[in-house]
Write a protein that binds this ligand. Structure first.
Ligand code: CDP
Length: 221
């Protein structure tokens, strides 16, 4: 087990849907004994809570109000993990005011003593631009669709592989094409392509990247 490297070590993990970033981020959090936040859950929560309140996802004011009311204790809801929740999340995530409403919670999480691991789309670029360790986790759309299809099946959602691949491509285009905080690697992020890797191989590769970043960070601080 690796010790927490130093006071306030933030690890930013970004990447597209089902790239393996959540697994990588959770593994790093365990290894470095740091608290972990899956920021996608915040956007998923806003989308699902709107749906439950019969609000249309094109209503930016309603989405912003949901984002402002969100509290951490709501995030364990299994309803946020569904296919529909992922789609709703990426629709509300385009709104600048929704992102603004969720910013402080994420920055506070990243700023806690000792540091933290956060995963999402804009962690290295917007939420924690000074993070000493940044990873951008990718995999081919086909591999990501297969992984997501298996996850959805395990949760009892019946859907075809072809439809999951369509979801992934649509989400990539929306997340990467939006004006505010588009999904993209930070200029100082290390790319990790997990297409050909098992979970263990991806976790090991991520650890090596973070160890190298930590060594640079210790030398420079
Ligand atoms: O697990 P998956 O990669 O499918 O998605 P997620 O990380 O739970 O994120 C769901 C959606 O929330 C994404 O498609 C993005 O549109 C949005 N999101 C974002 O805009 N910024 C983040 N930091 C995290 C998620």
């Amino acid at each position: 087990m690796t010790e927490t490297p130093n006071p306030h070590f933030v690890i930013a993990v970004d990447g597209p849907a089902a790239s393996g970033k959540g697994t990588v981020a959770a593994g790093l959090a365990r290894a470095y004994r740091l608290p972990y936040l899956d920021t996608g859950l915040l956007y998923r929560a806003v989308g699902v809570l709107m749906r439950r309140a019969d609000q249309g996802l094109d209503d930016e004011a309603a989405a912003t109000a949901q984002a402002q009311m969100l509290t951490a204790d709501l995030l364990g809801d299994p309803g946020f993990r569904t296919r529909a929740a992922g789609e709703a999340a990426s629709r509300v995530a385009v709104y600048p005011r929704v992102r603004e409403a969720l910013l402080e919670f994420q920055r506070t999480f990243a700023g806690q003593e000792g540091g933290a691991v956060l995963d999402g789309r804009d962690i290295g670029t917007v939420i924690a631009p000074d993070a000493p360790a940044k990873l951008y986790v990718t995999a081919t759309p086909k591999v990501r669709a297969e992984r997501r299809w298996k996850q959805l099946n395990a949760h009892g959602e019946r859907v075809s592989r072809a439809d999951v691949l369509k979801d992934i491509r649509r989400r990539d285009a929306r997340d990467g094409g939006r004006d505010t905080a588009p999904m993209k690697p930070a200029s100082d992020a290390v790319l990790l392509d997990t297409s050909e890797m098992t979970i263990e191989q991806a976790a090991d590769a991520a650890r090596r990247i973070v160890e190298a970043a930590r060594a640079r960070w210790i030398t420079s601080s």
